[in-house]
Design a protein around this ligand. Structure first.
Ligand code: ADP
Ligand code: BMX
Ligand code: ZN
Length: 291
């Protein structure tokens, strides 16, 4: 019995089969189409799911965006090339002929990482620093989704009232300062036009502006983590996404947290499922909902 797990992010679209023992096989990845046209996303999903025909009995999706009743609504459409509305569940059910469950990507990853930590903690918050900044919290063993499926959209908490305008319409959101897109947007002079991955590579070589862009991102995530402790009394933060998992980034966040008053200190762990936290979380959530 296999679950076809799909993770739709602002940059990449991944899929894998997840078995009963939670083994991950046949992982594939495509770039997320950067287009406001729903057809482009449907074609990409058709290409991806085509490889798994007849191999799974259900589909579990972790997706960027606010996910209500299987429909994706972007809070920050810029992350999806302007696309702001997509009937994800209906589209995948049509493409695969299988039942499909959809959950926000960071909420899904939070569930997966909580499942690994539940012997030690009952209050866990996951933060992805990736194309955007997303989050999910499990409090007292329950995943918070909220009445409008909006819980965890912590990338849109204000970090700086004088900061850049975010794609969601607010000013100075954490996402507008710390995300991969924000790091790239902040790049000037010789770094202009480079993506976050390239900026990390330059920082490793000692490039001052690259280091400053990354430090600004890490500072916003450290402050966000402290605010989440104040709000939820979360016992730890789990950091994921390609930026959250980039070498040295988590350590910077941890170090910046130690400069705050002790009441705000909390451990920051790397996602143990690494880049597969969303995939695994969607499959585990599907399993949990079925019991
Ligand atoms: P998604 O948002 O689709 O889930 P990722 O978690 O890979 O995808 O995040 C994409 C962002 O991470 C992009 O801004 C990209 O430039 C950046 N990125 C990808 N790989 C790395 C890396 N090795 N180090 C730092 N940043 C990276
Ligand atoms: C945005 C928002 C969240 C998402 C987060 C991380 C959109 C399209 N997405 O804040 O729902 O969880 O980005 O997404 O509004 P990722 O693509 O970086 O994984
Ligand atoms: Zn915002």
């Amino acid at each position: 019995m296999y679950t076809l797990a799909i993770d739709l992010g602002g940059t990449k679209l991944s899929a894998a089969l997840i078995g009963e023992k939670h083994d991950i096989t046949q992982r594939r990845e495509l770039p997320t189409p950067a287009s406001a046209s729903p057809q482009s996303l449907e074609y990409a999903l058709a290409e991806l799911t085509g490889h798994y025909q007849g191999k799974a009995h259900r589909v579990a999706v972790a997706s960027t965006g606010i996910i209500a009743n299987g429909v994706l609504t972007a809070l920050n459409p810029d992350n999806l090339g302007g696309l702001n509305h997509f009937p994800l569940q209906a589209c995948l059910e049509k493409l695969t002929g299988l039942p499909c469950l959809v959950l926000n990507d960071a909420q899904a990853a939070a569930w997966a990482e909580y499942c690994l930590l539940s012997d030690r903690f009952r209050h866990v918050t996951f933060i992805t620093v990736s194309t955007g900044v997303g989050g999910g919290s499990v409090i007292a063993g329950r995943l918070l989704t909220g009445p409008h499926h909006f819980a965890g959209h912590i990338g849109h908490i204000q970090a700086d009232p004088h900061g850049p305008i975010c794609g969601c319409g607010r000013t100075g959101c954490v996402e507008a300062i710390a995300s991969g897109r924000a790091i790239a947007a902040g790049a000037k002079h010789d770094l202009r036009g480079k993506d976050a991955r390239a900026i990390f590579a330059r920082a490793e070589q000692g490039h001052l502006q690259a280091r400053q862009l990354i430090a600004r991102s890490a500072e916003a995530i450290a402050q966000l983590s402290a605010s989440l402790k104040a709000l939820l009394d979360t016992e730890c933060i789990v950091l994921g996404g390609s930026i959250g998992l980039a070498p040295g980034y988590r350590e910077q966040v941890e170090e910046l947290l130690t400069r705050l008053p002790p009441a705000f200190h909390l451990p920051v762990y790397p996602a143990r499922y690494r880049h597969d936290a969303g995939l695994m979380g969607a499959a585990l959530w599907c399993e949990y909902c079925a019991t």
